[in-house]
Design a protein around this ligand. Structure first.
Ligand SMILES: O=C(O)c1ccccc1NCC(=O)[C@H](O)[C@H](O)COP(=O)(O)O
Length: 267
């Protein structure tokens, strides 16, 4: 599976990270940082529309190659903020998504929107790193982690002040995640073997999730009818990258797809 290849790369990156920085050093830096912004809160009680939005800053992907040639992460993040996104996801993986830690750090300086570090986390060093570069939340992908790792990584993230988005692709992963106290669950509509997206994945899995969880439908979302369908099946929020990245005006694209801000929070 393609994810196995990514994990091999991540192991190499983690080995390098461990050589360059110790956890004690990272803890020292983190102690001087301001508190995180509430990522999960922005998608629940703070959300600006009926359906919450995590808008993604995504230059390229393994399935599509280069998505946006005129890629300026800070301008894109500002445009998302202007459009009233609840949260922003920033891909930091270099090899497969042409992302960078630096993109997230620069975006952190430029916007006041909670940020998700979108990467393939397999080791606690990466969690300290995420906090150091300015993340408010990290993604934990059940397909590449044991249940115990997810539990430990959630606890560490919480200790560092960050939220976690725990992502599942199928019923087996969901069953494992539901044994934990994860409150923010992502359902990824992308088949990891074929890369094909099918929004019915959200509908198939959401029925197994008890009330009280915040559900984010991820990948392959591009039409107003998709948002209506996902609302109808019970998704609380959506995570969208490619659709926005292919539009000349990201601000207009968000407004067209997600609609106006709810009256209570209109400026
Ligand atoms: O985007 C890919 O091709 C991809 C391939 C393999 C693993 C993960 C992948 N994407 C990560 C994501 O979860 C998406 O960037 C995110 O959900 C946004 O999806 P989209 O709106 O379809 O760009």
């Amino acid at each position: 599976m393609f994810l196995d290849k990514i994990v091999v790369t991540k192991r190499e990156e983690v080995a390098q990270l461990k050589q360059s920085t110790s956890i004690a050093e990272m803890e020292k830096t983190i102690a001087a940082l301001p508190a995180c912004l509430g990522f999960e809160k922005a998608l629940t009680e703070g959300r600006k529309r009926k359906t919450g939005l995590i808008a993604e800053v995504k230059k390229a992907s393994p399935s599509k190659g280069l998505i946006r040639a005129d890629f300026d992460p800070v301008l894109l993040a500002r445009a998302y903020e202007q459009a009233g996104t609840d949260c922003i996801s920033v891909l930091t993986d270099v090899q497969y998504f042409q992302g960078a830690n630096e993109y997230l750090s620069r975006i952190r300086e430029a916007v006041r929107v909670p940020l998700l570090r979108k990467d393939f986390t397999i080791d606690e060093h990466q969690i300290y790193e995420a906090r150091m570069i300015g993340a408010d939340a990290i993604l934990l992908i059940a397909a590449i982690l044991t249940t115990e790792q997810i539990r430990d990584f959630m606890a560490l993230s919480r200790d560092l002040g960050m939220d976690t988005l725990v992502e599942v692709h199928d019923a087996e992963e969901l069953e494992r995640v539901l044994t934990l106290d994860a409150t923010l669950i992502g359902i990824n509509n992308r088949n990891l073997h074929t890369f094909v997206t099918d929004l019915r994945t959200t509908e198939q899995l959401i029925g197994q999730i008890p009330a009280g969880k915040t559900i984010v439908s991820e990948s392959g979302i591009s039409g107003v009818e998709d948002i209506a369908y996902l609302q109808q099946v019970g998704a609380d929020a959506v995570l969208i990258g490619e659709h926005f990245m292919r539009k000349p005006s990201v601000t207009e694209a968000v407004r067209e797809l997600m609609g106006p801000l709810a009256a209570a929070v209109k400026e």
